[in-house]
Ligand binder design. Structure first.
Ligand code: NAP
Ligand code: MG
Length: 485
């Protein structure tokens, strides 16, 4: 079968050099190849970085009037909205996420460009009182070339989470999407340039992390690195960035808890607990994959959660299923490996939902929503990020034990607290070591406005919100001396 090559996007153009090696793009719902990616290497990365640096040094982007730069980002946002169905279809097919979720991701992507487009001309410096005879002011300057290493679970929206503020602050970007899901990001670059972004401002090089990704992080003309993905790769990237003292922003996932007390609205809690496990087949960094529940309501709550999981219809992501496949055969195997060891350790496993009936999906990488009950805190399913639709359940006797269990993790991305006791919610929000705390719900209700990031091994620095913009600027202080007599 002859497959079309997806180009790489350098210097404002799609380049589909037929002489370069390629990687098959697999549709995870059918396990069949649908396209080919160019396997970018150091030479392609160098061309992209040179183009980004050249654009950074000309008047084309950072030196244009700030209002104009903002307007281009707003135009990109409009173009993303106009292409919603096209981008959502690409994302749904490539990642395996239900089309409704993919549409939502596209809207979030548009919001990033809108939000940061509106911020371009509003981030101010300060004047600092030093002494009579001197005037000091600060400037917020872009770094130069921003490298964005993007994961496969939310390529568009997580891509935009870093790309939009980096561009807004005046940087130029080279992005390396994951080889498992690159289609939408190349398309985003094309749409952004058609909407008025100058050539070289946003480049995309596809390929493997070890090749294109590492070459990008190491490139001497890259000045800042943003990475979302696993702890192991994040650590490797920090080491590579250390060679040339590049600042890095790391978002490394989590093993987040939902903590449910006896006084909570159990029906509302059960709905949220199940929803986040089903969302993107559990492949979301802030999935609350541990359920910590008060012993006295353990059975009642669990019954309600299992009822929700039993209703999940798995199937064609483009056809209205509640849950699609996981990203790859490798990911499915890793998840099944976790499940086998949990059962050996004495956890009780139940599997739920309706697997797809369509014979076309027979080989797809589907994993049923799975609950592991009575999980010991020592076990790896309590400690490690599984990144699949798996909920690990443990119980506690009192608030102190709940806090101890919640914090008994190398990760610290987020936590959910379900209780009607406001004082307890405030106390726990302070006690729990995590970058985000959700009380009686999941998420923030919006998506781009609130700073997001981790504590402990979940990473450092914040994306989203105003902090997300500042992350792409460096402060310069300028002092004027004047004669006083
Ligand atoms: P990963 O290795 O962390 O990959 C994330 C990104 O980094 C991809 O674009 C990857 O490219 C790239 N990369 C890999 N090695 C690199 C290197 N040496 N230098 C520069 N870039 C490099 O994640 P994965 O292997 O795809 O998934 C493994 C686990 O990571 C998952 O099971 C999950 O636990 C975790 N994960 C977390 C998140 C999150 O949102 N926090 C997202 C994705 C994965 P290639 O994939 O093309 O090699
Ligand atoms: Mg990978």
């Amino acid at each position: 079968m002859s497959l079309e090559n997806l180009g790489i996007f350098i210097d404002g153009q799609v380049m589909a050099d037929a002489n370069l090696a390629t990687i098959d793009v697999i549709n995870p719902a059918t396990a069949r190849p649908i396209k080919r990616l160019i396997r970018g290497q150091a030479a392609e990365v160098d061309a992209a970085v040179q183009s980004a640096r050249k654009t950074f040094e000309t008047k084309a982007w950072r030196r244009m009037p700030t209002a104009q730069r903002g307007q281009i980002l707003l135009k990109i946002s409009e173009a993303i909205r106009a292409n919603e169905e096209h981008l959502a279809t690409l994302e749904s097919t490539d990642v395996g996420k239900p089309i409704a979720q993919a549409r939502n991701d596209v809207r979030t992507t548009a919001r990033y460009f809108e939000y940061y487009g509106g911020m371009v001309d509003k981030v101010l410096g300060t004047t600092i009182p030093v002494r009579w005879g001197a005037l000091d002011m600060t400037l917020r300057e872009p770094y130069g070339v921003s490298a964005q290493i993007i994961p496969w679970n939310y390529p568009l929206s997580m891509g935009a989470r870093g790309i939009a503020p980096a561009l807004a602050a005046g940087n130029c970007v080279v992005a390396k999407p994951a080889e498992d899901a690159s289609l939408s990001l190349v398309e985003l670059a094309r749409i952004a340039h058609a909407a008025g972004l100058p050539a070289g401002a946003f480049n995309v090089v596809t390929g493997y992390g070890q090749e294109a990704g590492a070459a990008l992080v190491r490139h001497p003309l890259v000045s800042h690195v943003t990475f979302t993905g696993s702890v192991a790769t994040g650590s490797a990237i920090m080491k590579m960035a250390a060679e040339t003292i590049k600042p890095v922003s790391l978002e490394l996932g989590g093993k987040s808890p939902n903590i449910v007390f006896a006084d909570a609205d159990l029906a509302a809690a059960a709905a949220q607990i199940a929803r986040v496990i089903v969302l993107n087949s559990g492949q979301t960094c802030n999935t609350c994959s541990r359920l910590l529940v008060d012993k006295s309501i353990h059975d009642t709550l669990l019954e309600q959660v299992l009822t929700k999981f039993d209703q999940v219809r798995m199937g064609d992501p483009l056809g209205g299923a509640d849950m699609g496949p996981v990203i790859s055969a490798k990911q499915k195997k890793a998840i099944e490996g976790f499940l086998a060891t949990a059962e050996q350790d004495g956890a009780t496993m139940t599997r739920h939902g309706h697997p797809p009936e369509d014979s076309n999906l027979r080989d797809g990488f589907f994993v049923r929503p799975t609950v592991l009950n009575n999980v010991r805190p020592q076990h790896r399913v309590f400690r490690e990020e599984i990144f699949g639709p798996v909920l690990a359940v443990s119980s506690f006797s009192d608030e102190a034990e709940a806090v101890t269990l919640a914090n008994d993790s190398d990760y610290g991305l987020n936590a959910g607290i379900f209780t009607k006791d406001v004082e307890r919610a405030i106390r726990l929000a302070h006690e729990i070591q995590a970058g985000q705390i959700y009380v009686n719900g999941f998420g923030t209700g919006g998506s781009v406005e609130v700073p997001f990031g981790g504590m402990k091994k979940s990473g450092f620095n914040r994306e989203k919100g105003i902090e997300g913009f500042l992350n792409y600027t460096q402060t310069k202080s300028v002092t004027f001396h004047f004669k006083t007599e």
